[in-house]
Design a protein around this ligand. Structure first.
Ligand SMILES: [Zn+2]
Length: 166
């Protein structure tokens, strides 16, 4: 078992924070991931979409968010999402060149290796203007903040998975 934190980073212009539409504990936010079988290192051809509300029952009492059997080596694996460990990406972090931990995945046999930015984000400008259900799949976000009469921009989006140690 290993805990992997999904960390995101970006460059902001006149942006205060970026987070999933319902906040970092959004149970409906979909995490589009490429996953790897730990046993044989085979990477799943299709991306999988995990959201907290779509859990599957594993065993008597344990919920997981992905249950997968490797088509190559036959190993079974699971991934479970851990709520309550994420934080929004704020301009304090971006200006310091830091990343934000968005979600932690408890991995057994399967591990995420790539995260795709898709739709369903909430963006707040420095002036307090909210942009709802922002689609980050183009890799950036550009808009005009009417309240501040200034352009807002998110660029250079990237993500990594880092092992969480205690
Ligand atoms: Zn395998």
């Amino acid at each position: 078992m290993v805990l992997l934190a999904l960390r995101i980073r970006a460059e902001f212009k006149n942006i205060w924070k970026l987070e999933p539409q319902g906040g970092v504990n959004d149970r409906d936010f979909g995490y589009l991931l490429k996953v790897k079988c730990v046993n044989c290192r085979e990477i799943g051809k299709k991306e999988v979409c995990l959201s907290y509300n779509e859990a599957v029952l594993e065993g008597a009492r344990k919920f997981v968010h992905l249950q997968k059997k490797c088509t190559f080596c036959g190993s079974q694996g699971t991934i479970k999402m851990l709520l309550g460990r994420g934080c929004p990406l704020t301009n304090i972090l971006t200006e310091a060149g830091d990343s934000a931990c968005l979600m932690v995945f408890d991995c057994s046999g399967y591990e995420p290796i790539h995260f795709s930015f898709t739709a369903g984000w909430r963006v707040q400008s420095i002036a307090g203007t909210e942009f709802e259900n922002v689609d980050l799949s183009p890799g950036e976000f550009v808009a005009f903040d009417k309240y501040a009469q200034a352009p807002v921009e998110i660029s250079k989006l990237s993500s990594t998975f880092a092992v969480v140690r205690f």
